[in-house]
Design a protein around this ligand. Structure first.
Ligand code: CIR
Length: 250
């Protein structure tokens, strides 16, 4: 498995924040945490590549949002917020080394953070960042996948509320999504005191997550998952989480 990552922007303090209060970001610590994140992936056997093509864009470290990488193709995102619209261009050039690409275009919007893949099913957040035209466009360009729209409220992306564990079970915070749309999926809930804990990155058989959620980490470990944690405090201040920092290519 290859992970594309992107160096943080020197302008990261100008990042978008939507559902959280803006707080000062320590750029030195942010860069250090990004390095530790990359190390966690590498220790899990992932080949980590570090890109530096979008550093003038404050949110460039959240490379996950720029695309949805499938087996046959990569679908380039269409951002609503103007400050992120230029990001997919640079990443598309890199992704073409691995996949042919397709694009979602305005008025459709779709961000990679809204797409959870489980086998041939794509759960897609209907969120403040991904609209119905974007979801329809994904259906058209990826006809071999079943696209299931999941309304999301109270958080940025579907992946803030739901990610897939290595065995196909979903880790969820029910408060932020329409869980009735997840019929047939086996759900594990975050600890109620850790609403942001549902975002974990599946690194082969290992699970990577932020160290800020020890109770949920313990819950996963007690279910037999090999859980690795990393401090992502400065990324969280930019409303980012574990999955947003990489584009995984099988
Ligand atoms: C944004 O609002 O776009 C960034 N500050 C955070 C993006 C986080 N991405 C993700 O969870 N996939």
């Amino acid at each position: 498995m290859i992970a594309l990552t992107h160096l943080p922007s020197p302008r990261a303090s100008e990042c978008l924040v939507t559902y959280i209060e803006r707080q000062p970001i320590d750029l030195t610590l942010l860069n250090h945490q990004h390095e530790m994140y990359r190390r966690m992936l590498a220790d899990a056997g992932v080949e980590v590549r570090v890109l530096d093509v979008n550093r003038e864009h404050p949110d460039c470290v959240f490379i996950e949002d720029t695309a949805v990488v499938l087996d046959e193709l990569a679908v380039m995102a269409s951002f609503g917020p103007p400050s992120r619209r230029a990001e997919p261009g640079g990443i598309e050039l890199e992704l073409r080394r691995f996949r042919s690409t397709a694009r979602i275009t305005p008025p459709g919007t779709l961000e990679g953070g809204d797409v959870v893949r489980v086998g041939r099913k794509l759960l897609v957040g209907a969120s403040s960042r991904t609209n119905a035209q974007g979801i329809e466009a994904l259906r058209r360009v990826a006809p071999r996948y079943e696209v299931i729209a999941i309304p999301v409220h109270g958080c940025l992306h579907l992946k803030s509320a739901c990610t897939a564990l290595p065995d196909g079970r979903l880790l969820v915070n029910r408060a932020w999504l329409a869980a009735d749309q997840l019929v047939g999926f086996d759900l594990i809930e975050v600890d109620p005191s850790e609403p942001h804990a549902a975002n974990v990155v599946a690194m082969g058989e290992r699970v990577g997550m932020a160290s800020a959620y020890p109770k949920t980490a313990e819950r996963l470990a007690s279910l037999g998952f090999d859980v690795q944690t990393v401090d992502l405090s400065e990324l969280a201040k930019a409303e980012g989480c574990a999955t947003c920092l990489s584009l995984l290519i099988e």
